[in-house]
Design a protein around this ligand. Structure first.
Ligand code: SF4
Length: 448
């Protein structure tokens, strides 16, 4: 067995290939946690985030896009040819992130690693995964490549056939990775704890500069919305002890980060045990952090006390998961909230002192069986309530409860080709409604 101190692992967060992408506090948290676990186990870890020049040891080879409000911003991007399955789409397709030259220079500058681990996100972003793996294999023939993440978990056959990794990891359990490393003779000090509560602080030091930080107080979600893959990716809901979350925030504060995004799918679940004591403790600190919730809060859990705490604790942007105002369509939308829950939550936010322009609600559109008229009706109702409306386009996700229905309702072969699961395509509306119809809906949603 090789001494584990000499094992060198390269972790890669691949590019996004899409028609649109925006850095809304997006960091590869799973890979950053994994990197910390591997370092704790004695491995040397090098990290390339293909979306972020600050993860490279070399200087950027292009002017970086300006950041916008609260640390968010546009990615650098290069126009690329559309894959065959997307040739018909009248939109520009881009590779978002660092240039291929910068990636090449970064790997030229490093010693050959022993193993490369590649993460993956949306199923329809797999061209970025393929690109990273092919460049790595071109540079280091025969190097073992492991692939994990969301695409690998949701489309394992596609990933095996197309990316052809040496090993494919499904789900977030790290024991398979440890067994694989150990089978190859790479022995570690200790395997990481399976419990989320014991995971180390993510390896933020891989970035030379950060515009914001991210935090997860829990993983998974106890709900089971028919369109969502949360339970397929993380089968059980787990929470982190408040002291550990505070330790992470303390670390982010030591990096002088002011904008912090909560990555939780269910931040307010068990709020009396986690969210409320956490925020109470944060209020006693002098950190001056601004908090954000890109993943939407559960409207039903936004009680008066919770909303007061959101305000007192320094939350700036509030996103609520409304999805629809049609309460009789639980088969499509699940049972997340009712209209009266929403009205109550908005009242509570107003009483707490939130400016309504910083309060937004997501409406889901493009579901199978859903009509434009359904969405218009929801927009009108939300307008009356007075919140900012964000339309989120439904993306069919394999093996979710709505998957079979989505495949039946779409005239595109979404089950054969993950690229067609792209939310911008509104695949389940394809042939029924045009992109112009959707643009009109978006315009309607913007009118306050
Ligand atoms: S949509 Fe949100 S609430 Fe529903 S299962 Fe997914 S993460 Fe949970």
């Amino acid at each position: 067995m090789k001494m584990q101190e000499r094992y060198h692992l390269l972790i890669i967060n691949p590019w996004i290939y899409d028609f649109a992408a925006y850095d809304l506090w997006a960091k590869p948290m799973g890979l950053l946690y994994l990197s910390s676990m591997l370092k704790d186990a004695g491995f040397k870890v090098t990290f390339i985030d293909c979306l972020n020049y600050a993860s490279l040891e070399i200087k950027p080879d292009q002017k970086l896009k300006h950041r916008r409000a609260f640390g968010t911003g546009k990615y650098n991007a290069q126009k690329v040819n559309k894959p065959l399955a997307l040739k018909w789409v009248k939109k520009v397709y881009r590779r978002y992130g660092i240039s291929l030259e910068a990636f090449g220079a970064a790997i030229d500058n490093m010693d050959r690693p022993d193993v490369v681990l590649v993460g993956s996100m949306m199923t329809y972003w797999y061209p970025g995964v393929m690109k990273a793996v092919s460049l790595i294999r071109e540079k280091w023939a025969g190097i073992p490549v492991g692939l994990g993440g969301i695409y690998a978990t949701l489309c394992p056959e596609h990933a095996r056939d197309n990316v052809i990794p040496d090993e494919l990891f499904i789900g977030g359990d790290t024991s398979h990775l440890w067994d694989w490393l150990s089978d190859m003779g790479f022995e570690s000090k200790q395997p990481p704890s399976k419990s989320f509560a014991d995971w180390p602080v993510p390896a933020w030091a891989h970035y030379k500069r950060l515009d914001y930080g991210c935090i997860m107080t829990s993983i998974g979600c106890p709900f089971n919305c028919p369109y969502c893959a949360s339970s397929l990716i993380v089968p059980s809901f787990e929470e982190r002890p408040v002291e550990k979350i505070l330790k992470e925030l303390e670390y982010l504060n030591s990096l002088s980060l002011k904008d912090i995004a909560f990555y939780d799918d269910a931040l307010l679940v068990n709020s009396d045990k986690r969210f409320m004591p956490l925020m109470e403790a944060i209020c006693k600190k002098d950190w001056g952090m601004r908090f954000h919730t890109p993943n939407a809060l559960h409207v039903r859990l936004m009680t008066r006390d919770v909303c007061m705490m959101l305000k007192r604790g320094g939350f700036k942007t509030i996103r609520m998961g409304v999805e629809t105002t049609f309460e009789d369509r639980k088969d499509l939308y699940g049972e997340k909230s009712s209209l009266s829950d929403l009205k109550q939550a908005v009242d509570n936010l107003k009483i707490a002192g939130f400016q309504i322009e910083n309060v937004g609600a997501y409406i889901l559109c493009g579901l199978p069986d859903q009509t434009i008229a359904d969405v218009e009706a929801s927009i009108l109702l939300l307008r009356e309530i007075g919140v900012k409306i964000h339309l989120s386009e439904y993306s069919p996700i394999c093996n979710t409860m709505l998957w079979d229905k989505a495949c039946l309702s779409s005239s595109l072969p979404v089950s054969d080709e993950p690229l067609l699961q792209n939310n911008s395509l509104l695949s389940c509306w394809y042939g029924r409604y045009s992109m112009e119809d959707f643009a009109a809906l978006k315009q309607m949603a913007q009118i306050s």
